[in-house]
Design a protein around this ligand. Sequence first.
Ligand code: GLC
Length: 545
Amino acid sequence: MTRNQMLWWQRGVIYQVYPRSFKDSNGDGIGDLQGILAQLDYLSWLGVDAIWISPFYPSPMADFGYDVSNYTNVDPIFGDLATFDELLQQAHRRNLKVIIDFVINHTSDQHPWFLASRSSRNAPMRNWYVWADAKPDGSPPNNWISLFGGSAWEWDPATEQYYLHSFDKKQPDLNWRNPQVKAAMFDVVRFWLERGVDGFRIDAAHIIMKDPQLRDNPPNTSGARIMHKSMGEYDSQLHLYDKGHPDTHAIYRKFRQLLDSYSREQPRIAIGEMHILNLEEWISYYGANLDEMQMPFNFGLLLADWRATAIRQSVDVYEATLLPGAWPNYVLGNHDEPRIASRIGSSQARIAMMLLLTLRGTPTLYYGDEIGMHDADIPPERVQDPLAKGIPDIGRDPVRTPMQWDSSQNAGFCPPTVEPWLLIPGDYQQLNVAVERDDPHSMLSLTRTLIEMRRTTAVLNAGSYHPVENVPNDCFVYLRELADQRRLIALNFSSDEQVLSLPEMGSGRIVISTYLDREEQVDLAAFRLRANEGCIMELPSSEGV
Ligand code: GLC
């Protein structure tokens, strides 16, 4: 495939904006759509191609917007529909695509659909959610556990049944087996497609269809890994019946058809969030005929230990599993995971950025990672995340702190006199856009240069991927090739110097180092990578070797 044949989402870099934390335009300490609008020029300057905005819909904010009470409006905290339209228009004017979050599995318990559903057992909308009788002893219908801890069932005293919630009890699961639910949710998708959005990031995508018989999950007797991180009580079961029922695929095939019916002028995409460790199962969400999601998010880099061999293995297994024609993608962070610079350290975060932006497939960047933001220490009295209240170890507040724009009080996120909704980490005076923009060696300069290089170097975007053998254990080295273009990427995962000996490759020209301090011809028979250094090298075309 040449770069010209690629679609925008294959060529592009996606940037995730967590709207509460990006930029506060009205001085209430919470980010908003107007704030995103105000920073579109920054995003264009950075060079990304698309933004994915986490939920901004009306919500009681029990899970900060992932509990939606109206799918077709904007929460007043974030603005209004007119501002969204303006944002979309202004983004498009700058050639930036806009992807929005689609919270498909559950609504808020304050959504009118749920209020109607819980109003009585005979309510016409009763069957829009998953209700079940108690066992004879009054206990929940089965042993399913919520991802936020505790039983996945909540008793409704008024109507004397339990409702299912795979996440917080304020997030009741929709009943996707009810055709009316599907019709109503597809109308939501149409609403946003008509407004002009370019795609959807589908939240908790594989959870929508459960076992119709509501069978108990078996215990996880072997202690097998369930998710990419420990999830407390949730890990005590094998989740055979509470998610991922094969019927899910029919929904995503229809979803894709709907997107395709709006894709004549501009392809619209679906990216799915699903944490499935079994790659065969995970890959099935591309669709047997590539007729479901264009990109199920690949969380492989979040899962693997930060060692060259483990990361290489994750990439290789992933590449080998992809069906022909399935487009790859990579993710290093998001609003649910520790920030990369905290997880692996600031020096290695530069390696991670080079990796993300030089692998084959679409990279998704989490806001703030381009400046090397760290996780914040949130004192217990300032904890906001409902997950942290259930399972403290995996609270997500530390990764959702305000974007660091400059060195002023509150980092330029909100006025100095206002308290931001989450505190700002102490190192913001060094790590911020204003300071790093002017520093030719900063993380921001590195990220921006890599994005630009990816955009202007077809092989980095469209080339094939080949891991290189016989390199030191602490190095991950790979080749990207397209027609007669070749780039070698060499990443040192250690804090010691490493020497590569690849005489068969002759010599190459370093076009960028993660230190942003060398561009030179090197002999690959004995090539020194400094501690924590990564380099991209231009190699002579294969015909010339
Ligand atoms: C997804 C979101 C997460 C949210 C959960 C429930 O995993 O990424 O932030 O809490 O779904 O909607």
